[in-house]
Structures are given as structure tokens and as C-alpha cells.
Design a protein around this ligand. Structure first.
Ligand SMILES: Nc1nc2c(c(=O)[nH]1)N[C@H]1C(S)=C(S)[C@@H](COP(=O)(O)OP(=O)(O)OC[C@H]3O[C@@H](n4cnc5c(=O)[nH]c(N)nc54)[C@H](O)[C@@H]3O)O[C@H]1N2
Ligand SMILES: Nc1nc2c(c(=O)[nH]1)N[C@H]1C(S)=C(S)[C@@H](COP(=O)(O)OP(=O)(O)OC[C@H]3O[C@@H](n4cnc5c(=O)[nH]c(N)nc54)[C@H](O)[C@@H]3O)O[C@H]1N2
Ligand SMILES: [Mo]
Length: 647
């Protein structure tokens, strides 16, 4: 039987328009397309939202948020960070006042203990993982906390295979064990934190045996991790979506930060907290203000001084309140208060939880413009589609990785057809709406940002070149700061130490979508090494080393349901139903299933997921749905088993 070929996306080469959504697109000139965008936005003033692209440059993100705030008069601007690491930013900001990861990649090479918590970095952050491997080579011990025995976990000293959504229970038990074993860093706790007594009372009920019952992790393994982490001279706690993509993602993050506060594993070289960010420039997008609550340089919109600086630089009044985040923008589409969206390099029709609902809401818009490099499923819903150059290799600018390092990117290849740079397109629309957004080049955008963001002030293009990237904060043009954050917490002088970090008082709260007799299996979703997000940028090729979507089951469940590799099953959640072939993976424990969302054109996984959102960060619980599976009559062949994509 023929292998399923992933859908091929071809590059957009010219603008597309149509008069009605029922009509096919027709090719248009840039002038006509941009006029239509201007008209569509103008008539929806006051009901507008901007989705900004986390693969595009900092300069694009800066201009995109400025467009929303200055041209459209709204803080409704956001990006994929909302579906991803918004809880990390919120949790870190609540504890330390800044949402960035505290350490540098290379520090994992010079540390004693590395905890990879809900993070499959071997697949999703392979460059960082090279540093982890060097650290292990240098003698560091690595612990993996993940419901699946991932290919990251294969490298760990110990794998803590917890039940999905029980991370707070596990973290609290570790905290309690550290306290009871007398391993608290008392001097640090006293000087640099607040709320310890409340925290001690909070974790007290979480004995190792209660935690074992709730999390499924043997008490001895919890104890071992607690002792290793607390006794280590230096320790790095790294986490990703296994922590954040939950209805209580920010609470999860706070529970992990508590462990660093308890042991003093933050604010020193080799000790810190690393939320490995997702897309190449999602850190930068947020730093540039493409989020609804911060101006460029992570400056709070509610801070009147900061607001006034931007008001005088931009010559416009800025509302003293937060805008809607991505999740709230989708809700506002439902009730009709958001009627126009400018979507730059996002594919929410396939990446949002409960995608059927997301598509229905996008269809309800009065006007949708999509600016992308491919004709995505989201673009297929649009009124106007604008072809952009790729932020990678086709555009000048900078991006910021998850160790806060700003690096130059350059145009190395000629963009296809009539594709134009994201910034140029935005500036042309701004002009049509009466705003002069003229910039000579990307560097001019960057210099405007530098004049408004103290954290970026010292990073001229020339210096970025000279140092091969610079990490923020970089306030001065003649000095570099330490490569880790919050060293201040170790200062003996209280004035220099600044605001102490509060312990997060957060409770264990299981997933919203409960398993029961009708939906007995816990489905978690995530990534594979050989594919990228909704597959737009990685679809289009099949090889013997690559397989398409599958529902991955434990050997025990496969036997229980009487299904074998390649057999088609119906997978049903409380939201929807899809058909997918079975894959059997010994990395899974009974009762747990795994799917990616890389092949939504073949199997739309997000029809199954639940839009249960973290109330603080707005991130959906992609990591925990309840499903059932039913065997289908016809067997279908899937590509042969390979080591590469199994985890
Ligand atoms: N190859 C590849 N690399 C990528 C991407 C890609 O699509 N492909 N996407 C990029 C993006 S946008 C992002 S955000 C990152 C994501 O990078 P990761 O977060 O590492 O990737 P995921 O596979 O989504 O999830 C990580 C792990 O969380 C585990 N998990 C699920 N539920 C729980 C839970 O309740 N608790 C715990 N502790 N763990 C749980 C899963 O089993 C999974 O192994 O990857 C980036 N890099
Ligand atoms: N089930 C499930 N769903 C998930 C997740 C999960 O773990 N499970 N993870 C969530 C996460 S972490 C994320 S980040 C989201 C990702 O969600 P999205 O960001 O919506 O998905 P991508 O496939 O990354 O889409 C990126 C788009 O940007 C375009 N693009 C790339 N470069 C440029 C550029 O320079 N300019 C412009 N204009 N466009 C460009 C690409 O062509 C592509 O269409 O998915 C979320 N959805
Ligand atoms: Mo992400």
C-alpha cells in the first residue's frame, strides 16, 4: 500500500485576494492587496487584533506591535508564546520581576545536576542538548521528569515517569523532602525570599508516599532527585511544555521556581532556571512588545513613566490597560467584539486547542489578512494573503534565543517571486492608514528600539557583530553584563539585593479533562525530531526514515485493544474524533497515549485537545486530553519502523 505523503506547501509568490470567502483567490498587485488590507482594517477600528510571528525578526515584531498600538490604537497583539511558554514568562516575572530564563546554555556544561522537567530537548532543542551532553561528559548527573521515557530520558541517570498533570505534587514532595532532610539553603531563603513559612506549611502534607500515590513515581526516586538537587554545588532546572501547556501552567512554573529558591540554585554561574523557548524568536517577539501587557523591553504598560516615553517617541496616546491575549482574542471573535485580524506567520487554524472551534471563530471575522511564506490552512480562510520573505536567510535583522542572546540574521538567498519583507509590508499598510513608518533599513528599526529599551540599549549592530551576539540586559555600550540573571539576590547589601523573590503558594490541581469509563486513556501531545509544529515548514516530503501521524500506545494497551502497528483506529475525545494509525511505543506506560500535531492535514490532532486555559497566562492544556480508541475494520500499512522517529 502507498505511504501517505505529507501535504506539500509551496511558497507564496504574489498577493492573493477575493471578494467573498466563497470565491477562489485571484492574483493581485501589491497595490490592490494593500488597499484592501487598509480598507478592511479601517472599517474595523476598535475591533482589531494582531498575531505576530515568532519566527520573524525582532525588527518585524517591533514594527508589528507598533502597528497595533499606533496605527490601530490597541494593545491586542500576541503570538504563539500564548500557546507555549507564556506561563514561564508569567511565573518568572512574578518571582523575579523579569520573565527571561536566568542562565546561559553553556552553564549546563559547568553544573553538577541537570533536571530536564517536561522537556524532550533531545528532539526539540538539539543545540541546547549538545551542551547538556557536554555537561554529562563533564560529570553532571541528569534527571528526566516526563510521563514518557523519551529519548532525552534515555540519557538520564534517573527517569521519573510521572502521571500527566501531577508536577506540582511531585515538586511539593521534593520541597518537603529537602526541608525535612535539613538541606534548605537557609541563608539564601532568609535573605533573598519571602513566604517560606507559608511554603513550608503548603508542602508539609506532601509526604513521599502520598506523592508516590498521586504521581506514580516511586518514593525512592523522588527522594534521590530531592537530595541530588539540594546537595549539588550547582544545579540547572530546565523545563518546557510538559510544565506550561496545562490549565495551571503558571502554577506549575511557580512550583519549580520554589525548588530553586529553597536551595539557592539561581543567580549564580551554573545554577539557574531555563525555560527553553520554542520558536527561534519567541523570546525576542515578547521582548519587542508583541505581547498585550508589555511595551518593548518588557516594560509594563501600567507603568506611567514607561508609557509616557513611548507616547512621546511615537507621538500617540497609549491606553493605560492591557490588551487581549491570543486566547482572549479568540473569545472576542466568538462574541463579535473582535472583527479583524492581521495574522503574521501563525497558523492558528491548526495550532489552537480545539481547532474546530478556532476555525469557526476565524470564519466569523469580518476581515482576515494573513501574511505568511506559505498558503497555510489559516491563509485559506483569509480575505487577503500577502507573501512575506522568510525571517531566516531572506531577511536582515536580529533574533533572540532562549538564553536571551540577540544575534544578527542576514539575507543570504533571494526571496521567491514578489515576496516582500514583513516590515516593508507593515510600513506600506501603515502609510495607507495615515502613519509614516519609514525606516531606511532593519538597523534603523533596531536603533529606535534601543533608544526605548534600556535592556537593549548597549547592543548596536556593530557590537552584535563583534561579540557574535549579546545577551540582555545590555544597558551600556561599553560593557557586558554577567551571562546569568539575578546575581543581585546574593548581594549582602539589602539595597543592592532589591526585591526578594516570593515563594509561589500553588496547589496540585489535576487536568480538567478527566478520564473515565467512556474516555479511559490520557492523551498527551508533543513533538518529534523530524517535524516542525503544524508541518507547514516541514511537510511535503516522505522518506523511509519518517512516518506520518500515529496514535502511539503502550504495548500493554495495544494488546488490550487488540491492535497492531499500522492498524487504523478512531480516536475520540469530548471535542472531536479523528482516525489515525496505531504505533506501539514501549516509552509509554499503560493508560497513556501520545500524538504529535505535525500532520494536521492528514490527522488533525487539535480536534481532540481541550481549550482549558491557564487563567494567568492563557495557555491551553494541550498536554492532557481524555480519549477513547476504537478499532476500525480496515487495516492500513504505515512506513516501516525506524530508530530516528521513535521516542
Ligand atoms: N523537532 C522539533 N523541534 C521543535 C519544535 C518542533 O515542532 N519540532 N517546536 C518548537 C517549539 S514551538 C517548542 S514550544 C518546543 C517544545 O519543546 P518540548 O516542550 O520539549 O516538546 P513537547 O514534545 O511538546 O513536550 C515535552 C514533553 O512534555 C512531556 N509531558 C507531557 N505531559 C506532561 C506532564 O504533565 N508533566 C511533565 N513533566 N511532562 C509532560 C511530553 O511527554 C514531552 O516529552 O520545541 C521547539 N522545537
Ligand atoms: N496539540 C498541540 N498543539 C500545539 C502544541 C502542542 O504541543 N500540542 N504546541 C503549541 C505551540 S508551543 C506552538 S509554538 C504553536 C505553534 O503554532 P503556529 O505558530 O501557529 O504554527 P507553525 O506551524 O509554527 O506556524 C508558523 C507559520 O509561520 C510562517 N513563517 C515562518 N517564517 C516566517 C516569516 O519570517 N514571516 C512570516 N510572515 N511568516 C513566517 C510559516 O510558514 C508558518 O505558517 O502550536 C501550539 N499547538
Ligand atoms: Mo512553542
Amino acid at each position: 500500500m502507498r505511504k501517505r505523503q505529507p501535504k506539500t506547501y509551496t511558497r507564496l509568490t504574489h498577493p492573493l485576494v477575493r471578494d467573498a470567502r466563497t470565491e477562489p483567490f485571484r492574483r493581485a498587485t501589491w497595490d490592490e492587496a494593500l488597499d484592501r488590507v487598509a480598507r478592511g482594517l479601517e472599517r474595523n477600528r476598535g475591533a482589531f487584533g494582531m498575531f505576530s510571528c515568532s519566527r520573524a525578526t525582532n525588527e518585524t515584531n517591533y514594527v508589528a506591535q507598533k502597528f497595533a498600538r499606533v496605527v490601530m490604537g490597541t494593545h491586542n497583539v500576541d503570538s504563539c508564546n500564548r500557546t507555549c511558554h507564556a506561563p514561564s514568562v508569567a511565573g518568572l516575572a512574578a518571582a523575579f520581576g523579569s520573565g527571561g530564563g536566568t542562565s546561559s546554555y553553556a552553564e549546563v556544561e559547568h553544573t553538577d545536576v541537570i533536571v530536564m522537567w517536561g522537556s524532550n530537548a533531545r528532539f526539540a532543542h538539539p543545540i541546547f542538548f549538545q551542551h547538556v551532553l557536554k555537561g554529562i561528559g563533564n560529570g553532571a548527573r541528569m534527571y528526566a521528569v516526563d510521563p514518557r521515557r523519551t529519548s532525552t530520558a534515555e540519557w538520564a541517570e534517573s527517569w521519573l515517569g510521572l502521571n500527566v498533570g501531577t508536577d506540582i505534587a511531585l515538586a511539593h514532595a521534593i520541597g518537603r523532602e529537602i526541608i525535612h532532610a535539613g538541606l534548605t539553603n537557609e541563608a539564601f531563603v532568609r535573605r533573598a525570599t519571602t513566604g517560606f513559612e507559608e511554603y513550608r506549611a503548603l508542602v508539609e502534607p506532601w509526604t513521599l508516599s502520598l506523592a508516590e500515590k498521586v504521581t506514580g513515581v516511586p518514593a525512592a526516586a523522588i527522594r534521590e532527585l530531592a537530595h541530588a538537587y539540594a546537595r549539588a554545588e550547582r544545579a540547572q532546572l530546565c523545563w518546557t511544555l510538559g510544565i506550561t501547556e496545562h490549565h495551571n501552567g503558571t502554577d506549575n512554573v511557580r512550583a519549580l521556581i520554589n525548588l530553586a529558591l529553597l536551595t539557592g540554585h539561581v543567580g549564580r554561574f551554573g545554577s539557574g532556571l531555563q525555560p527553553l523557548r520554542g520558536q527561534n524568536n519567541v523570546q525576542g517577539g515578547g521582548d519587542m512588545g508583541a505581547i498585550p501587557n508589555r511595551l518593548p523591553g518588557f516594560q509594563d504598560i501600567l507603568d506611567a513613566d514607561a508609557r509616557h516615553r513611548f507616547e512621546s517617541a511615537w507621538g500617540t496616546a497609549l491606553a493605560p490597560h492591557y490588551g487581549l491575549n491570543l486566547t482572549e482574542m479568540f473569545e472576542a471573535m466568538e462574541d463579535g467584539t473582535l472583527r479583524a485580524v492581521y495574522c503574521i506567520g501563525e497558523n492558528p487554524a491548526q495550532s489552537e486547542a480545539d481547532s474546530e472551534q478556532a476555525v469557526r471563530r476565524l470564519r466569523q471575522l469580518d476581515f482576515l489578512v494573513v501574511q505568511d511564506i506559505f498558503l497555510t490552512r489559516t491563509a485559506e480562510l483569509a480575505d487577503v494573503v500577502l507573501p512575506a520573505t522568510a525571517g531566516w536567510a531572506e531577511t536582515e535583522g536580529t533574533t533572540t534565543n532562549s538564553e536571551r542572546r540577540v544575534q544578527r540574521v542576514r539575507r543570504a538567498v533571494t526571496p521567491p517571486g514578489e515576496a516582500r519583507e514583513d516590515i516593508d509590508i507593515l510600513c506600506d499598510v501603515a502609510a495607507r492608514l495615515g502613519h509614516d513608518f519609514t525606516y531606511a533599513d532593519a538597523e534603523a528599526v533596531w536603533n529606535e528600539l534601543r533608544s526605548l529599551s534600556p535592556d537593549h540599549h548597549g547592543m548596536t549592530y556593530a557590537r552584535l557583530e563583534e561579540h557574535q551576539g549579546i545577551q540582555w540586559p545590555c544597558p551600556s555600550t561599553d560593557r557586558l553584563e554577567p551571562t546569568y540573571l539575578h546575581g543581585r539576590l546574593w548581594e549582602s547589601d539589602p539595597a543592592r539585593r532589591g526585591r526578594p523573590a516570593p515563594f509561589g503558594i500553588v496547589q496540585h490541581d489535576p487536568p480538567v479533562d478527566l478520564t473515565d469509563e467512556r474516555y479511559p486513556i490520557r492523551l498527551t501531545t508533543g513533538r518529534r525530531l523530524d517535524s516542525y509544529n503544524t508541518g507547514v515548514q516541514s511537510g511535503g516530503f516522505a522518506s523511509p526514515l519518517r512516518r506520518g501521524e500515529a496514535i502511539e500506545l503502550s504495548p500493554e494497551d495495544a494488546e488490550h485493544y487488540g491492535v497492531v502497528v499500522g492498524e487504523q483506529v478512531r480516536v475520540t475525545s469530548r471535542r472531536g474524533s479523528v482516525t489515525a494509525p496505531v504505533w506501539v511505543d514501549p516509552a509509554l506506560r499503560p493508560g497513556l497515549a501520545f500524538m504529535t500535531f505535525h500532520f494536521p492535514d492528514e490527522v488533525d490532532t487539535n480536534q481532540l485537545t481541550i481549550e482549558a486555559n491557564c487563567p494567568i497566562a492563557g495557555t491551553a492544556e494541550f498536554k492532557a486530553s481524555a480519549i477513547r480508541i476504537e478499532k476500525l475494520p480496515v487495516a492500513t500499512e504505515v512506513p516501516p519502523l525506524t530508530g530516528l522517529t521513535t521516542d
